[in-house]
Design a protein. Structure first.
Length: 159
């Protein structure tokens, strides 16, 4: 009986251990493209891949404009990062927020709603994110002004 309790406790402990997760303040020091940035936090440089979104590649139609939109929004600003895991390239996958006395901005969502990014294919069933993308499509925001836009995952597959 004692062994069974120990075994159950051990199994539960393994499943309850925290996974990677971090929240921190940082300054955006470089924008790579519409969904990847470098930040500096406590003298560490960290590469962040914005969660939930997929922006056009730089060589795609609207790729440079997407990067420029993100640059105007966050470069040289202090932001809050909520990172819950790392990707296969060891980048933090994170949500980026700007908080100041006038407003709070969820940058990942703003990139979608402004038409500067798609909802990443893994999250296409998230109704909140899809509503943001549909708003941009209906109102012809950003990349949705263009004819025959190609999703970044299709563009990468064809290259």
């Amino acid at each position: 009986m004692l062994f069974k309790r120990y075994l159950i406790f051990s199994v539960l402990l393994v499943f309850c251990l925290p996974s990677y997760g971090d929240q921190y303040e940082a300054k955006v020091i470089k924008v790579i493209d519409g969904d990847t940035v470098w930040v500096k936090s406590e003298n560490k440089h960290i590469k962040i891949r914005l969660s939930y979104i997929d922006a056009p590649e730089l060589k795609q139609v609207f790729g440079i404009r997407s990067k420029n939109f993100l640059t105007e929004l966050i470069l040289d600003k202090n932001v809050q990062i909520n990172a819950n895991k790392k990707d296969r390239y060891n980048r933090h996958l994170g949500e980026i927020y700007i908080h100041n006395s006038n407003e709070s901005i969820f940058v990942n969502a703003k990139m979608i709603k402004s038409g500067n990014a798609w909802v990443y294919k893994t999250y296409r069933d998230n109704s909140y994110l899809k509503n943001l993308e549909n708003y941009a499509r209906i109102n012809k925001k950003g990349l949705w002004e263009e004819q025959d836009v190609v999703a970044p995952w299709d563009y990468r597959r064809n290259k």
